[in-house]
Design a protein. Structure first.
Ligand code: MN
Length: 259
């Protein structure tokens, strides 16, 4: 037996370690990203009963589900973006399973986002965080804590104005730094997608997708409970469904943290 696994189980049962659920409920109320025409929209979640202890199945209850791969709390695989389409092991079914487990660095910009919904993380803020908490290690998730998950009303969550959606995210230079110089596992956010609402007008457009997936890295969107994570030291378990050639999937994202 491995001593570290024995200790993990002991500390979980003793309450010295806690499991935090970073996932939002997935159902018909789940807000889905809106794309402007002519782009194809993603459908919302539909749940249709197959049987409910009735004549269709007297002793069992189950549902048929329909939704886009990128719905609710979900995982983005590199094949989601054109920059990652030719990479090896780039889809939900081919990503090595050990990449679904990683440590997390949590950067808190809640105060900045409270006064500016279009707030972007820039490299000096990453460097300031590192001076307090140490260099972001290779293979770590970088989670952007914005408080956005408190927006439970779908309209407030998507925050779409006449000029498109307004929600926080990453400046292209920050994505470059994290992908190339820090070699992170991926980016996680509380918003509907890993890119800022206005990121279609950035150079490059949608940098958290274009740069990250081009570098073979992942995304996690619509996370919650990031306020319950320490800045460093949490272990994240984030695995998509093993969809053949899947570009992503809803995921139950869990964190193990010290109590
Ligand atoms: Mn996505």
């Amino acid at each position: 037996m491995s001593g570290v696994l024995d200790r993990l189980i002991h500390e979980l049962s003793a309450g010295a370690l806690q499991v935090i659920d970073l996932s939002r409920p997935l159902g018909p109320e789940t807000a889905v990203i809106e794309l402007p025409p002519p782009f194809a929209p993603s459908p919302g979640v539909t749940v249709e009963e197959i049987s409910h202890y009735d004549e269709r199945g007297p002793a069992w209850y189950w549902n048929r589900l329909a939704f886009g791969e990128h719905t609710g709390t979900h995982f983005d695989a590199p094949i989601h973006w054109i920059t990652g389409r030719e990479l090896p092991d780039n889809a939900c079914d081919t990503i090595p399973a050990d990449r679904f487990l990683g440590t997390a660095c949590v950067l808190d910009v809640t105060a900045e986002v409270a006064t500016d919904p279009d707030f972007l993380l820039v490299p000096p803020l990453i460097e300031a965080w590192e001076s307090d908490h140490g260099r972001i290690p290779a293979g770590a998730w970088v989670l952007l804590r914005t408080g956005w998950s408190e927006r439970t009303d779908p309209a407030a969550f998507l925050n779409v104005g006449e000029d498109g959606p307004h929600s926080p995210g990453f400046h292209p230079a920050a994505v470059e730094l994290l992908a190339r110089e820090r070699d992170v596992l991926g980016l996680g956010v509380e918003t509907v997608g890993t890119d800022a609402g206005q990121a279609g007008s950035f150079e490059p457009p949608f940098p958290a997708h274009t740069i990250m997936h081009g570098a073979g890295k992942f995304g996690l969107a619509s996370l919650c409970n990031l306020d319950r994570l320490p800045p460093t030291g949490a272990i994240l378990i984030a695995a998509p469904l093993k969809i053949v050639n899947g570009s992503g999937s809803p995921a139950r994202v869990l964190a193990i943290v010290p109590a």
